[in-house]
Design a protein around this ligand. Structure first.
Ligand SMILES: Cc1cc2nc3c(=O)[nH]c(=O)nc-3n(C[C@H](O)[C@H](O)[C@H](O)COP(=O)(O)O)c2cc1C
Length: 405
């Protein structure tokens, strides 16, 4: 056999994928790969705004590394030929227990922003949360997705404005409200401080250079309609975001630092559907949340972007589930990077998980197909983990499936 034949016999060439996005996605194996791809495509300031956390970023790091301390106790010879990941969340069936957390300014990752993420969530059959600080409106998102949508509320000092947004969400068919309770003031995100980062990004000499070395993003940014706070009516006197603001100054002047448990009652009086309190960080507050009558809590430190040194969601799941499990849905939000993390959170007592950065990295790296890719990565990872650990249904994911080490 000649050299060429020998070579041919041992090397099988993959068919060359002509679609560049598909080609890139087929080589991204996990969320860390998507993060690296987003880092290459996005300007430094945009990437750091998405990727960064508060102060020393200790909480940000611990949110995901803490999952590494949870170890499986897999069972074998359990016939895992059929595995069912479906369960219920807020009383509704979901194909697998994952929700997409609200993220402000989603369009800085990609011009399709919230619309792309909402469409991908609908295809996967999972809930999508639109942020008050969203860059597509309540109605625009509803017009592209008939899937389950939740609206996240930040409380402006002007309650009339909040009430107006809530009634728009109701009219547009959003099914639940998320009240974020960890943002009395904005956390100090020091990467943004160092870069003098504003939202939307201001074009200065430094950003011009940054834009030139990231031409894909820059073309997308410059050829689409400007990024604005699509849900904040200009009549409110609040900035609509069309001129660059420093986020901390804006939020600290507009959001109500006097927010308290009484406001949860107020929210109830203007909204008939389910309420999720997002940003619960202690067992004591989880108990108060049950007393306040909300349907769900998200154990969350805002992805490590608010209080550095806050407790890690996965470490809170078990004590909170012991105190209030069964009386309220518990969502583990922060640091979830694999399907196996979802299984771990469920074993410790969570009802579901939610993710922010994973879909933002995917969107920044590859647009809407990137979001489809990462959602399928989570779903298939959950299936595989269940098969390898010997459980066939969400009911079978019980406390004895995992141990802390
Ligand atoms: C870029 C970015 C913007 C965010 N904006 C909001 C927001 O507007 N409202 C909110 O409640 N949470 C916001 N969050 C927090 C997320 O909802 C979620 O709690 C967090 O991303 C979960 O952690 P993970 O990124 O590790 O998945 C934001 C997070 C990121 C990364």
């Amino acid at each position: 056999m000649g050299m060429i034949e020998t070579f041919r016999s041992v090397v099988q060439f993959r068919e060359f994928e002509l679609d560049g996005t598909k080609r890139r996605l087929s080589r991204t194996a996990d969320v860390a790969d998507l993060r690296r791809a987003a880092k290459r495509r996005l300007p430094f300031g945009v990437f750091d705004y998405i990727d960064g956390g508060a102060e020393d970023e200790r909480t940000l790091d611990r949110n995901s590394t803490a999952f590494g301390r949870v170890e499986f106790r897999p069972r074998v010879l359990n016939d895992v030929s059929k595995v069912d990941t479906s369960t219920t969340l807020l009383g509704k069936p979901v194909p697998f227990p994952l929700a997409l957390s609200p993220t402000g300014f989603t369009r800085i990752a990609h011009s399709q922003g919230e619309l792309a993420v909402a469409r991908a969530a609908q295809r996967a059959g999972i809930p999508y949360s639109l942020s008050t600080m969203g860059t597509r409106s309540i109605e625009e998102v509803a017009s592209v997705s008939a899937g389950t949508k939740w609206y996240q509320v930040y409380t402006w000092k002007d309650r009339g404005l909040v009430k107006e947004m809530i009634s728009r969400a109701e009219t547009a068919g959003y099914e639940a409200l998320i009240l974020t309770v960890d943002t009395a003031v904005l956390g100090r995100r020091e990467r943004d401080v160092r870069r003098g980062y504003t939202l939307p990004p201001k074009i200065g000499l430094d950003t011009l250079l940054d834009g030139m070395i990231h031409p894909g993003w820059t073309k997308d940014f410059l050829t689409h309609d400007p990024i604005t706070f699509a849900n904040v009516p200009p009549s409110s006197g609040a900035s609509d975001g069309s001129s660059a603001v420093d986020l901390a100054g804006f939020i600290n002047s507009q959001f109500d630092q006097a927010l308290s448990w009484g406001d949860v009652d107020w929210l109830r009086s203007v909204w008939a559907g389910p309420v999720i309190l997002k940003g619960i960080q202690t067992v004591a507050d989880a108990e108060l949340a049950v007393k306040s009558g909300v349907e769900a809590i998200a154990l969350s430190n805002h992805g490590g972007r608010q209080l550095d040194g806050a407790p890690t969601p996965i470490e809170l799941v078990e004590p909170v589930a012991q105190a209030v499990g069964g009386r309220i849905d518990i969502i583990c939000d922060g640091g979830v990077r694999r399907g196996s993390d979802i299984v771990k959170a469920l074993a410790l007592g969570a009802t579901a998980c939610s993710v922010g950065r994973p879909y933002l990295y995917a969107l920044g790296a590859a647009g809407e197909p990137g979001v489809d890719h990462v959602l399928e990565f989570f779903r298939s990872g959950m299936v595989r983990t269940m098969q390898l650990s010997g459980v066939r249904s969400v009911e079978e994911i019980t406390r004895d499936l995992v141990a802390w080490n």
